[in-house]
Write a protein that binds this ligand. Structure first.
Ligand code: PEP
Ligand code: MG
Length: 577
């Protein structure tokens, strides 16, 4: 039995034969054309056909997956409407008189390479989308049929180098037990789709996985990012047991998804979601989220070629806020710059992007970006329960400066006679160690904190969150991070302010007892985790967990801490093992 590991892309376990997904190579040759205008017409025809195909896949995704997942194909349509990309393809045909296939392929490749070269995982993942769309147009131009998976006759674990979103959607899901990819990341669209469909997936396993021959039985454990190749019967039996247990637990959690999370000793916790668009908003409601703890507004800025206007942002925020009515929605102001590069903003490259002029630091020097966003948010908040949150705060002065800009926006809106949300709560993300260390000072400046453990871990441990070589260190279960969390919660409560958490740790089953014990008020996570975390919190006693948390903070490593929690709260051990 061989054992391979990768990056966890979608939770859950499956057992079955592998099906290697091999994409047909598209051979494109460069040749000259006489009639450039006719070639552009041929290109336009292929683009229109590609858009029709994408619309059909969108409809299929809508019925099979969720609206949020289908949204990926709206983004694909937008790639085909991107004026920069179209301009480049057409100018290659016009200037060099080359065929549409070659112009399309080279342009898609260079756009995709630019995305792939970015540090941020989200942008890296977009490189696959551009190639997916480019290949679709190429197939149409070359008259090649869509990737065949006709041989997929029995439920299988799909093995591929990497899967494009359309590959993933076009596969017959009744035949897909799980996905294993040699490349890819946890933030790739395939991973997002797999999570939306609740199909286990492991990505980034490496080329070794591609050597597994068709029909070989494997066990795929998406939670622990493991693949067991050709396991013995005893191991299969053990994993089957785990599948059954997980199924029972999830069903039970979903039944109570819309009930509040009240601990055994009567403490009510708020369980909310992290979203980036209106589809995420709907998924939140379906899963029983009691609002939004993190609205990542940067998603609105992606896949565009210019900064969204105040009006566009107003419409987008309003559509999301309206889904939640009176439920709270924490809108985080723009968190870009540095690694989260947006080409049209003209930001200078920085040698150490994670420590550069990003997020709030950037917004404070770019009121032309900051003000329209806050004005749009304030206007969209009318009649809803909007809260505004600033990311990447390091010192108290930044909060005061940001609040000044907010006050300015309010004054302007008043003077213009435009309605806006009044008396909204203003908070900050605590995701830089300096902020955690002076949380007592910051608590005086804000109405709430939300702890961003993704960044707090990388800065505390000095371990880049996007570098797989130090992934072990960039882990929020280290006591150094947990001790900072304890101090942040204490400092906020001493000032009578509430504390949430929107980093990934808030959706980790094994972290729930610790965070409850440390006194966290609000847990914010990806929508599908909401029912399970609510269910876990209902099974805990806050006073008992306080003692558990204190003991946890004396341990040394994530492994020790996880083992300790499993021992103290055995029912959670069943969920994660
Ligand atoms: C975080 O840093 O924990 C967080 C939630 O923000 P992001 O992942 O968007 O940086
Ligand atoms: Mg962050």
């Amino acid at each position: 039995m061989k054992h391979l590991t990768g990056i966890p892309a979608s939770r859950g376990i499956c057992i079955g034969p592998v099906f290697p997904f091999v994409r047909q190579d598209l051979r494109v040759e460069s040749y000259c054309v006489d009639d450039v205008q006719a070639e552009i017409k041929r290109l336009n025809g292929a683009i229109d056909k590609a858009k029709d195909q994408i619309s059909q896949i969108y409809q299929k995704a809508l019925t099979e997956a969720s609206k949020a997942d289908a949204e990926i194909f709206q983004a694909h349509r937008m790639i085909l409407e991107d004026p920069e990309l179209l301009k480049e393809v057409k100018s290659k045909i016009e200037k060099d008189s080359i065929c549409a296939e070659f112009a399309m392929m080279t342009t898609a490749q260079s756009f995709s390479d630019r995305m792939a070269a970015m540090q941020d995982e989200y942008f890296k993942a977009r490189a696959t989308d551009i190639m997916d769309v480019g290949s679709r147009v190429l197939r149409i131009l070359l008259g090649v049929a869509e990737t065949p998976t006709a041989d997929l006759k029995e439920p299988s674990v799909i093995i591929a180098d990497d899967l494009t979103p359309s590959d993933t959607v076009m596969l017959d899901k009744s035949m897909v037990l799980g996905f294993c990819t040699a490349r890819g990341s946890a933030t790739s669209h395939t991973a997002i789709l797999a999570r939306g469909l609740a199909i286990p997936a492991v990505s980034g396993i490496g080329a070794e996985i591609l050597k597994v021959s068709k029909g070989t039985r494997v066990i795929l454990d998406g939670t622990n990012a493991e693949v067991l190749i050709d396991p013995d019967d005893a191991t299969v039996k053990q994993y089957q047991q785990r599948i059954e247990t997980a199924h029972t637990i999830n069903e039970a959690a979903m039944k109570h998804a819309h009930e509040p999370a009240i601990t055994k000793d009567g403490v009510r916790l708020e369980v909310v979601s992290n979203i980036g668009n209106v589809e995420g908003a709907r998924a939140s409601i379906e899963n029983g989220a009691e609002g939004v703890g993190l609205l990542r507004t940067e998603f609105l800025y992606l896949e565009r070629t210019s900064v969204p206007t105040e009006e566009e942002q107003y419409q987008a925020y309003k559509a999301i806020l309206d889904v939640f009515g009176k439920l709270p929605v924490v809108l985080r102001t723009l968190d870009v710059g540095g690694d989260k590069e947006i080409s049209y903003m003209g930001l200078a490259a920085e040698s150490n992007s994670f420590l550069g002029q990003r997020a709030l630091r950037l917004c404070l020097v770019r009121p032309d970006i900051f003000k329209p966003q806050m004005r749009a948010a304030l206007r969209a908040g009318v009649g809803n329960n909007l809260k505004i949150m600033f990311p990447m705060v390091a010192i108290a002065q930044e909060v005061r400066d940001a609040r000044k800009v907010l006050e300015e926006c309010i004054r302007e809106l008043k003077a213009e006679g435009k309605p806006f949300a009044e008396n909204i709560e203003v908070g900050i993300m605590v995701e830089i160690p300096s902020a955690a260390l002076v949380a007592d000072q910051l608590a005086k400046e804000v109405d709430f904190f939300s702890i961003g453990t993704n960044d707090l871990s990388q800065y505390t441990m000095a371990a880049d969150r996007t570098n797989p070589k130090v992934a072990d260190l960039s882990n929020a279960f280290y006591p150094a991070v947990l001790r900072l969390i304890r101090e942040v919660i204490k400092a906020a409560h001493a000032e009578g302010k509430w504390v949430g958490m929107c980093g990934e740790l808030a959706g980790e089953p094994l972290a729930a007892p610790i965070l409850l014990g440390l006194g966290l008020d609000e847990f914010s996570m990806n929508p599908p985790m909401v029912p399970l975390i609510k269910q876990i919190l209902r099974g805990l006693d806050s006073k008992e967990m306080k003692a558990v948390a204190e003991q946890v903070l004396q341990l040394e490593s994530p492994q020790q801490i996880e083992d300790f929690v499993k021992e103290k709260v055995p029912f959670i051990a069943q969920l994660v093992d």
